[in-house]
Design a protein around this ligand. Structure first.
Ligand code: FNR
Length: 409
């Protein structure tokens, strides 16, 4: 009941703020004089036009207003009590920046080499399934935005648009995220198809061994629409229904999307079956990072799925130093979960990441304003990150090292 009450309180608070904002006298006194707490700031403000956004949180507030409760809940939820979700944000507060002065930072280079490709920015779009739940154009709008901003995009296996069409809209190869499933024939069929479509990198998600999404369930109760019109719960793996990669596939034959008995043997088998580079998404410990290198994996993503499956209560920025220590620079380390600010990007790079992914922030942009919203979120984050780079006087990503962060307190 706690999460529902909290949500009702938030709704009441937002209504009050909107009422106050509409009153010139009150808006001029109460609102402008009260600096917002961290939690309030991260609530964002509902905006009417894409250019009104001050930070990415304004897209969150706008998305919350526009989306039906169940779809908002699907995006916002963590697992169990959402403690990992929260830790993904509070973890960044445990690190502060050490900024250097009086160094020429007029020209900065934000590009990074990742698995043989030079990317203009270390910020990439994470795989997010079912994007049509947030906007009719869904992942197509995200692909167009990625093209307009020249941003690396990872396509989810749970995509409503084919890998071929997304690649064409992106105007460049996308990376492809795979859930392994228990059906090797289907897995091979998908792997071969994405390889033919030109994907250079396969991203195997290993952290989704079931979840209990309480916030989603609570918010779904507030949704008065008939969900069965779109979601046929009688079909196993119903999230894959009407997905182009699964046309003609018996969804019951897939079993668990991330089988509970999956081991490093599967990683080998997968690697041997393709010439694409293979990276693992969901590594959070030094031991697994060392094993990933030993087993010949080409890269890892330090991820807890945005707190959606992993009940550790630990933010990825907290896991990053031990993972980076395990890898010792031998393969690229990417990180996602909780990135919302240019300072977050900088801290992740300083602690050993080569690049960072965003999930929910671009979904907020998508739900608010379609392609334009996704573009605005990417541009805002890139601009904030460049600002921090200039403040730190680091003119290339290579210069962003551990020397630029210090543990708070
Ligand atoms: C995801 N994520 C995800 N990951 C994945 O490997 N395959 C998928 O299909 C999805 N689908 C998905 C849907 C939605 C609605 C969300 C919010 C997330 C996880 C995603 O790739 C990424 O790890 C997190 O979103 C990163 O955390 P933030 O940026 O959302 O805090």
């Amino acid at each position: 009941m706690g999460a529902v009450l909290e949500e009702s309180r938030k709704v009441a608070r937002r209504s009050l703020l909107r009422y106050l904002a509409a009153s010139p006298i009150l808006a001029g006194t109460l609102l402008s004089q009260a600096p917002r707490t961290r939690a309030e700031a991260e609530e964002g403000d509902v905006i009417a036009a894409v250019n009104d956004a001050i930070d990415v949180f304004d897209f969150h507030a706008t998305a919350r207003q526009k989306l039906p409760p169940a779809h908002y809940g699907y995006m916002a939820t963590g697992t169990l009590d959402d403690s990992t979700l929260r830790a993904n944000r509070t973890g960044f507060d445990k690190w502060q920046l050490r900024l250097r002065r009086l160094i020429d930072a007029k020209q900065i280079d934000t590009s990074v080499e990742l698995l043989g490709q030079r990317q203009p920015s270390p910020i990439f779009l994470d795989p997010v399934g079912n994007q049509e739940a947030f906007h009719p154009e869904g992942v197509k709008a995200a692909a167009r935005a990625a093209r307009a901003t020249d941003t690396l995009q990872i396509l989810s296996m749970v995509t409503n648009t084919s890998v071929e069409e997304v690649t064409a809209l992106r105007g460049a190869p996308v990376w492809f995220q795979l859930y392994p499933t228990e059906n090797w024939d289907v897995t091979t069929m998908i792997v071969q198809r994405v390889e033919r479509a030109g994907c250079p990198v396969l991203v195997l998600t290993i952290d989704s061994r079931g979840s209990k999404r309480d916030t989603l369930r609570r918010l779904s109760r507030q949704d008065t629409r008939d969900c069965s019109v779109c979601h046929d719960r009688s079909v196993p793996n119903n999230a894959l229904m009407r997905k182009p990669l699964f046309e003609g596939v018996d969804l019951a034959s897939l079993g668990q999307l991330v089988p509970l008995d999956m081991t490093w043997n599967f990683v080998h088998r997968l690697k041997d079956s393709t010439s694409m580079k293979l990276i693992l998404k969901g590594v959070v410990t030094r031991e697994d990072a060392e094993l990933a290198v030993e087993h010949g994996v080409d890269g890892i993503v330090v991820s807890n799925h945005g707190g959606r499956s992993d009940p550790s209560g630990r933010g990825t920025i907290e896991s990053l130093p031990e993972v980076a220590a395990g890898v010792q620079g031998r393969i690229p380390v990417l990180l996602d979960s909780g990135i919302r600010r240019g300072t977050d990007v900088f801290k992740a790079l300083a602690l050993g990441a080569d690049a960072v992914g965003i999930g929910r922030p671009y979904v907020w942009g998508l739900a608010s304003f379609g392609q334009e919203g996704v573009e605005a979120v990417i541009r805002l984050l890139k601009a904030e990150f460049e600002l921090v780079m200039r403040q730190a006087a680091t003119t290339s990503l290579r210069q962003i090292t551990r020397d630029y962060v210090v543990r708070a307190g």
